[in-house]
Unconditional design. Structure first.
Length: 287
């Protein structure tokens, strides 16, 4: 599937986050702790693969791919903080703030976000105009109109029932925005036309929604050890989710429908078998 990129991504992450022996070693240690805590690396793999299926050299997308993973990691660090979701565990390990304290965790997230743009801007072998467009796309989808906007909605309805349309908007932004960034930036870096870039964004939004709905399902029926985090947290907090509104059976059917719709659109991309296999894996994933 997309695992062929795993080694490249891990090596680049390690290179970028190598400890420098400075007075702020503890910050770099916290950044490494969260960035190397595992995870499926879905976003960087998607970015690289969309670069490939759009006719670009996959390795040229590596800086942007790892930058996107750094942004995702920062968001998880901040999400776990007591002022946000207040989660003690992440990927089977103590959350960053539990391991290093709240202030260091906060700064580790800030540093990952800041350094991500520095890394992306240094992409070699990519025309400058594409880098500028990709950076703008990354900023937009990671910011107020994307992931952060979704986090605000999540906090707003933390103790209130949200209607289905709000839940869908939350998922589109908080989860889907960085997946959309992966797909569209891969196309942008490869020099794809606007039609293909837009189609890639739609595909990613469908996969992102399917991914988050499946997440809701696993919060009810999943295995805590496999997931690496507590289950049942949504129901305990009386949180509105797609599953709590439409039920598990309908939710799983919608995951399958969204996946099939994404697969149909992927037919317009050359050599998209890996992306199709990835989309299918979302339907019955266990973690």
């Amino acid at each position: 599937m997309l695992d062929c990129y795993s080694e490249l991504i891990e090596e680049k992450l390690k290179e970028v986050l190598t400890l420098k022996g400075a007075e702020y070693d503890i910050l770099l240690e916290a950044m490494n702790y969260s960035a190397s805590a595992g995870g499926k690396r879905i976003r960087p793999k998607l970015l690289i693969e969309f670069m490939r299926v759009s006719g670009g050299n996959p390795e040229y997308a590596l800086n942007f791919a790892v930058a996107l993973e750094m942004i995702h990691t920062y968001s998880l660090i901040h999400d776990d903080l007591p002022c946000m979701d207040n989660d003690d565990m992440r990927r089977g390990k103590p959350s960053c703030h539990k391991a290093f304290g709240e202030s260091t965790a906060l700064l580790a997230g800030d540093a990952l976000l800041t350094e991500s743009f520095s890394l992306a801007a240094k992409s070699d072998n990519i025309p400058t105009d594409r880098i500028v467009r990709a950076l703008a796309q990354l900023s937009d989808l990671a910011g107020v109109n994307g992931m952060i906007g979704g986090q605000v909605i999540d906090l707003k309805y933390e103790n209130d029932k949200a209607p289905l349309e709000v839940v869908l908007e939350l998922y589109r932004l908080k989860t889907g925005a960085l997946l959309k960034a992966a797909a569209t930036i891969g196309c942008i870096l490869a020099g794809a036309d606007d039609v293909k870039i837009e189609k890639a964004g739609i595909i990613a939004e469908k996969i992102g929604l399917a991914f988050q709905i499946r997440d809701d399902i696993l919060d009810i029926i999943g295995d805590e050890k496999t997931l690496g985090k507590p289950i049942g947290s949504d129901s305990e907090s009386n949180k509105s989710t797609y599953v709590s509104i439409v039920g598990i059976e309908q939710a799983q059917a919608d995951v399958e429908n969204l996946t099939n719709e994404a697969i149909e659109l992927l037919a317009d991309f050359d050599n998209s078998d890996n992306l199709i296999s990835f989309a299918k894996s979302m339907v019955l994933r266990q973690n």
